[in-house]
Design a protein around this ligand. Structure first.
Ligand code: ADP
Ligand code: MG
Length: 250
């Protein structure tokens, strides 16, 4: 199996507080991994460490062929490797983070033009195809403020896809949405999973986890408490902390 992400002994502290304790995780190509766990357990920090949006205090991150060891000086070569590693990933945040002064289409064209130096016409053609895929081609000239939260998040997904990442990382992509808008976003994610996109998804959406995840990781207090197939985690959780969490959310 082809490894897309490999984390080795990732540690992270903020001041005196240890947030991640020696996390080891490998995600293979086409795999959908859902990360669950109580608030404050370190899920967002883990995603951010995978992309060096947060620098780990220890450990090694590998995405595709790009490998970065934490704790080394930030020289030019290392900066380049971190940038390349990050370009292997597409990040979708809870708060959409679209450029407010750009239309949906311009949001999706931006990365390929600026970072990949793609020709404008080609970037536009590609962006239109991606907006079609997320069901928003008829809204492509709208500014984010004129779109619903669900539509904004679908644009954000199209924008992340425009860079052709090896893996998509989602940090609670539906938590900021009104309940009636959650489904359209989950459906787009589900379709991508079906197409074989490798994804890591932090979410509390249990039905999504149950239906889509190949593997579920349960985190608490900075450690992976338990991991398994969705069947095993939902029907037969081994650890008491997992059992308690699943009871509380249901
Ligand atoms: P989760 O996403 O599981 O809710 P987080 O990764 O956001 O958890 O946070 C884990 C812990 O790290 C929390 O105690 C949080 O307060 C702390 N934390 C996260 N980011 C920072 C930061 N930038 N500075 C200080 N503490 C932080
Ligand atoms: Mg979080």
């Amino acid at each position: 199996m082809e490894e897309v992400i490999k984390l080795q002994d990732i540690k992270k502290s903020f001041d005196q507080i240890t947030v991640l304790k020696d996390i080891n995780l490998t995600v293979n190509k086409r795999e959908v991994v859902v990360i669950m766990g109580p608030s404050g357990s370190g899920k967002s920090t883990l995603l951010r460490c995978m992309t060096f949006l947060e620098e780990p205090n220890g450990g090694i991150v590998k995405v595709g062929t790009k490998e970065v060891k934490s704790g080394l000086p930030l020289n030019k070569k290392r900066k380049t490797t971190i940038r390349e590693l990050r370009q292997n990933t597409g990040f979708v945040f809870q708060q959409f983070n679209l450029f407010p002064h750009k239309t949906a289409l311009e949001n999706v064209m931006e990365g390929p033009i600026v970072i990949k130096k793609m020709e404008r016409d080609k970037a536009k053609e590609k962006a239109i195809a991606l907006l079609t895929k997320v069901g928003l081609v008829d809204r492509m000239d709208h500014y984010p403020a004129k779109l619903s939260g669900g539509q904004q998040q679908r644009v954000a997904i199209a924008r992340a896809l425009s860079m052709e990442p090896m893996v998509m990382l989602y940090d609670e992509p539906t938590s900021a949405l009104d309940p009636e808008l959650v489904r359209e976003v989950l459906q787009v994610m589900k379709d991508l999973a079906k197409e074989g996109m490798t994804m890591i998804v932090v979410t509390h959406e249990m039905s999504f986890a149950r239906d889509v995840a190949d593997r579920i990781i349960f985190m608490d207090e900075g450690v992976i408490v338990e991991e398994g197939s969705s069947k095993q985690i939902f029907n037969n959780p081994r650890e008491e902390r997992t059992q308690r969490f699943l009871q509380d959310v249901n």
